[in-house]
Design a protein around this ligand. Structure first.
Ligand SMILES: NC(=O)c1ccc[n+]([C@@H]2O[C@H](COP(=O)([O-])OP(=O)(O)OC[C@H]3O[C@@H](n4cnc5c(N)ncnc54)[C@H](OP(=O)(O)O)[C@@H]3O)[C@@H](O)[C@H]2O)c1
Length: 295
């Protein structure tokens, strides 16, 4: 493998392990994160710390971003110190954030105007999969750019799904997360139905897992809900954002998604109740509260 020069902006829950796996695979990393202390972990392992997002993007073959949402992305892309100002002809920007279809189209347009290429490469899988390079990456964009990014994307994933355009990849991510949102909401309600009638939560989880409706999601989230362990692996505020983005894409496309609308409302209320920084599993606590389930 030929080592690539890679700039990486956004070292949060997902970004840090992604960047670390790129480093482990032998690529030369330059990193930038808004909170500087998170860059230190990688600096100790040989990464260069950039002064600005623009500095992180300058002179690289690939530039990765992994930011919370559209607002965070815009903050690192635009302005004299932004990534766009550092891109030149032939560069490839790879955005791994979940930021929706509209943002994917908007970034693509601006990146193309600088002579560079844009790939949306949202991530399926959470913190553990990111640490073990076991993510599924959905990568959308022009074939030559995908070919250039492939060695780096293979270094962080177990499977790569390739699509023709950034907006297609962004939409596919929303497809998967709208299903995940419906699954966790339905799971929380099923637990509330049983627990409000006196059934033990752990017995309900075991029984669901023995049924034809079992799922790895219910296994992991069920354990967290039983233990009331809501340390963020995938935060509720991010999960709410994903359902909002799915609603926005549906509205643009003329699709009607009443279940997704209800899920978004539930997640928004969970965030409003002060659980935004907790793990997605904490949505069950709100459902339990409303159902009079005592913990
Ligand atoms: N966590 C998961 O399980 C998971 C799974 C699949 C996809 N995703 C998606 O991947 C993306 C990253 O998720 P995450 O869990 O890594 O989020 P996170 O831990 O909250 O990290 C967010 C990153 O965005 C940066 N950021 C936020 N606002 C900013 C701003 N205004 N200016 C500059 N930087 C800003 C943060 O910097 P600071 O460190 O300074 O706050 C941090 O580097 C999200 O789009 C999420 O939906 C997450």
């Amino acid at each position: 493998m030929t080592p690539l020069k890679i700039g990486f902006v956004g070292l949060g829950t997902m970004g840090l392990p992604l960047a670390n796996n790129l480093r482990r695979a032998g690529h030369a990393l330059t990193v930038w994160n808004r909170s500087a202390e998170r860059s230190q972990v990688l600096a100790k392992k040989g990464a260069r710390i950039a002064a600005t997002p623009r500095d992180a993007a300058t002179g690289q073959e690939l530039v990765f971003t992994c930011l919370s949402d559209e607002r965070a992305l815009e903050a690192v892309l635009e302005g004299p110190d932004g990534i766009l100002a550092g891109l030149k002809d032939g560069d490839v920007l790879v955005d791994t954030s979940t930021a929706g279809t509209r943002e994917a189209r908007s970034i693509e347009e601006r990146v193309l105007s600088r002579g560079a290429s844009f790939l949306a490469a949202p991530l399926l899988g959470s913190k553990g999969a990111a640490e073990q390079a076991q993510l599924v990456v959905v990568c959308g964009g022009p074939a030559p750019a995908r070919e250039r990014a492939r060695p780096a994307l293979h270094a962080v994933s177990a499977r790569l799904v390739e699509l023709e355009s950034p907006a297609d990849a962004a939409l596919m991510k929303l497809v998967v997360n709208s299903l995940g949102g419906a699954m966790i909401s339905g799971f929380a309600e099923a637990l509330a139905l049983g627990a409000s009638g006196g059934l033990e939560l752990s017995t309900i989880v075991d029984t669901i897992q023995a049924s034809g409706f079992h799922s790895p999601l219910y296994l992991v989230k069920g354990e967290q809900i039983v233990r009331r362990d809501f340390a963020p692996r995938f935060g509720l505020a991010l999960a709410e954002k994903d359902q909002r983005l799915a609603q926005e894409a549906a509205a643009e496309q003329g699709a009607k998604l009443p279940v997704n609308q209800a899920v978004r409302q539930l997640f928004a209320e969970a965030v409003a109740s002060g659980r935004g920084e907790m793990d997605l599993a904490a949505v069950a606590e709100l459902v339990f509260e409303r159902s009079g389930v005592k913990r």
